[in-house]
Design a protein around this ligand. Structure first.
Ligand code: DHB
Length: 394
């Protein structure tokens, strides 16, 4: 015998308690609009998420305005990055070029802040609840089917359903007609990422490309550093010894790194994806559910924040006035930024990584591109503007 599902009712049902879902819930709460956020993970699992560490200026301004962020206490402002090739560094000075900056403040810190804020504000956050699908997206009464933390069925009835459930989104099916429906590209390399106990090796990030491959020197705190090495996409994270990793990192930046105990290793796949649709009726996609970018340039979470700002404004207008104009504009408006960020992430990736099988021509052209970008004020400004983030709407 199947029991009839428990039901809940809210204005906005949000699938996924990542940065996109949690930010949307917090912004809606500020407007007095109730939402229910569900996620299959526990609070501890969400807070342990290891992702990129760079926030655009507009993302930082959004978090500050919302309140409850520790970005100014714990994060670090970076006024530039270094591009390095043939062992020689070229600084891209964001402040001088575009008068903007980025902040090194890892995604798990953003998640800790947003979870704490939503919980303190009494937002209806249901963790351990697994979404199964969205029904009635094309009607005015959509619902999310889910399995509760205790294994019992749950239905959440809402005016609007938002899929903020990441790159393996289940919400995508109701919006695009398939779980994977989108424009897609894979790359013939990946990043081997480490976290290590060591002091910072440089005041800013170093993006370094050599004949041995790419390396990125990033940071987490005065005691913990994050570094990445270009590797094969199929590589097993256990394959490389600590000694090999350090030798390879040193070789790929020309030496000078502080070494320390490696306590976390992972392999990041490089994928570009934009869903065919971001909206069907009353169901919307935001963040990684709508698009993914390769990590070079750290656009992923920033793009999710930009989607959420637009959709939040549209939902607030809809609730206040009944007008669907903002909801109708969400997809075309969001896609303008999404495709620019797709281009930027693709461009940074291809400029900084030698593809397997690259010819001598390909490599000489690639180094000339780096030289052009780094030594032309216009080239550098293009990079600086994109890296620090185009103006936000909504
Ligand atoms: C980090 C990741 C990135 O992809 C990037 O471009 C810069 C920094 C990071 O994890 O710190």
């Amino acid at each position: 015998m199947t029991s009839s599902p428990a039901t809940a009712r809210t204005r906005v049902a949000i699938i996924g308690a990542g940065p996109a879902g949690l930010l949307l819930a917090a912004l809606l709460h500020r407007d007095g609009i109730d939402s229910i956020v569900i996620d299959s993970r526990s609070r501890e699992e969400i807070e342990r998420t290891i992702r990129a560490g760079i926030l655009e200026q507009g993302t930082v301004e959004t978090l500050r305005e919302l309140g409850g962020t520790r970005v100014d206490a714990v994060g670090h402002r970076h006024d530039g990055i270094e591009l390095r090739w043939d062992g020689v560094g070229h600084r891209i000075d964001f402040q001088a070029l575009v008068g903007r900056a980025v902040w090194l403040y890892p995604q798990h810190e953003v998640l800790i802040d947003l979870l704490a804020k939503n919980l303190a504000d009494g937002v209806d956050l249901r963790l351990g609840v697994t979404a199964l699908g969205i029904d009635g997206a094309e009607t005015e009464a959509p619902l999310v089917r889910a399995t509760g933390a205790d294994g019992t069925p749950l239905e959440i009835h809402a005016d609007i359903v938002v899929g903020a459930d990441g790159s393996r989104s289940i919400a995508r099916e109701a919006v695009t007609g398939s779980l994977t429906g989108g424009y897609f590209r894979e790359y013939p390399f990946a990043w081997f990422g480490i976290l290590c106990e060591a002091p910072p090796s440089a005041p800013e990030l170093i993006y370094s490309t050599t004949q041995r491959g790419f390396a990125l020197i990033s940071q987490r705190s005065p005691e913990v550093q994050r570094m990445y090495l270009q590797c094969e996409p199929t590589m097993d994270p256990a394959e490389w010894s600590d000694a090999f990793i350090w030798d390879e990192l040193q070789a790929r930046v020309g030496g000078g790194l502080h070494e320390g105990t490696i306590f976390q290793r992972d392999v990041l796949r490089f994928r570009s994806f934009v869903a065919h649709r971001l909206r069907t009726g009353r169901a919307f996609l935001v963040g990684d559910a709508a698009h993914t970018v390769p990590p070079t340039g750290a656009k992923g979470m920033n793009l999710a924040v930009a989607d959420v700002l637009l959709l939040h404004r549209a939902i607030a207008d809809f609730v206040a006035t009944g007008s669907e104009a903002g909801l109708d504009a969400y997809e075309p408006t969001a896609l303008q930024r999404i495709w620019k960020a797709e281009h930027f992430s693709y461009w940074m990736t291809v400029m900084l990584h030698a593809a397997p099988g690259a010819t001598e021509f390909d490599e000489r052209r690639r180094l000339a591109e780096l030289e052009l970008v780094a030594t032309s004020a216009h080239g550098s400004a293009f990079l600086a503007e994109a890296y620090t983030g185009w103006p936000l709407r909504g």
